[in-house]
Design a protein around this ligand. Structure first.
Ligand SMILES: Nc1ncnc2c1ncn2[C@@H]1O[C@H](COP(=O)(O)OP(=O)(O)OP(=O)(O)O)[C@@H](O)[C@H]1O
Length: 241
């Protein structure tokens, strides 16, 4: 099967300190792929590189065989909660409508159709009752739901999410997983940075185990085992110092 996303010999450094080296991996279309690895393993760096938010030292990232830059409209990105400035004045609906701008450009105002798509995304995330609330007034889990609603409103094919389950309650966690499985059935692909090793098997069908470089990648059945987990989390500890 031809992969949807291919990462070829990616090397990334911050201030000349390597963060990722010789990363070669692929993401299968229509998969739910977890990116796992210890703190500092480069998981966020990897997905930011796919999103072209970071310029690598070398390497290539392709979506369907072409430079990823050409396909970024098809990708919805949900950043880590801590990386978002939540103090900006915007209602919940305004934030979800931002997902529509990739289809319109920044100049055109959203129309009724965009609004109805945004409201339906809020309904999916069970947040329609908060549409007129200021985003800054929401709890962490509610903000996360709104950001996922924004991604749904974008109607992307590929969802890249950085620790979406971090610091949220079990109800929101189950909701996000249910939506992910539902959207997968509609043909979408998910790439999710995930920290809880005990739920990898239940939530995902593919995994990339990372510690500065790829330790293992593939289906859960083929690579999610003690040997690979130990290599990434214990044998390679200190690799990121
Ligand atoms: N903007 C930056 N400037 C300098 N160094 C950075 C920057 N962002 C990340 N790093 C370093 O790069 C390495 C990889 O960081 P990254 O955030 O990608 O790891 P991660 O696997 O997502 O970690 P965590 O699980 O803790 O979120 C770390 O050593 C980190 O300190």
């Amino acid at each position: 099967m031809t992969p949807l996303i291919t990462v070829k010999d990616l090397n990334v450094a911050y201030h000349e300190k390597p963060a990722l080296w010789h990363v070669n991996m692929s993401i299968q279309e229509n998969s739910r792929t977890a990116i796992v690895g210890p703190n500092g393993a480069g998981k966020s760096t990897l997905i930011k590189s796919i999103m072209k938010l970071i310029r690598p030292v070398s390497g290539k990232i392709e979506i369907e065989g072409r430079d990823a830059r050409h396909a970024l409209k098809r990708v919805a990105y949900v950043p880590q909660k801590g990386e978002v400035n939540w103090d900006f004045p915007a209602t919940v609906l305004d934030v979800v409508l931002m997902g529509r701008y990739v289809h319109k450009g920044w100049i055109k105002r959203p129309n009724r159709k965009d609004e109805s798509i945004a409201l339906s995304a809020l309904e999916t995330m069970k947040m329609e009752g908060f549409r007129n609330r200021q985003i800054s007034e929401l709890s962490g889990g509610q903000k996360q739901r709104v950001f996922i609603a924004r991604a749904i409103a974008q109607d992307a094919d590929i969802y890249i999410m950085d620790e979406p389950l971090q610091g949220i309650d079990i109800t929101t966690e189950k909701l996000i997983i249910d939506i992910m499985k539902q959207l997968q059935q509609e043909g979408k692909t998910f790439i999710v940075v995930h920290h809880h090793l005990d739920t990898v098997e239940e939530y995902f069908d593919h995994v990339v185990i990372l510690n500065k470089t790829v330790i293992a990648e593939g289906t859960i059945g083929s690579v999610w085992n003690k040997k690979n987990i130990n290599r990434a989390y214990y044998e390679m500890s200190g690799a990121h110092d």
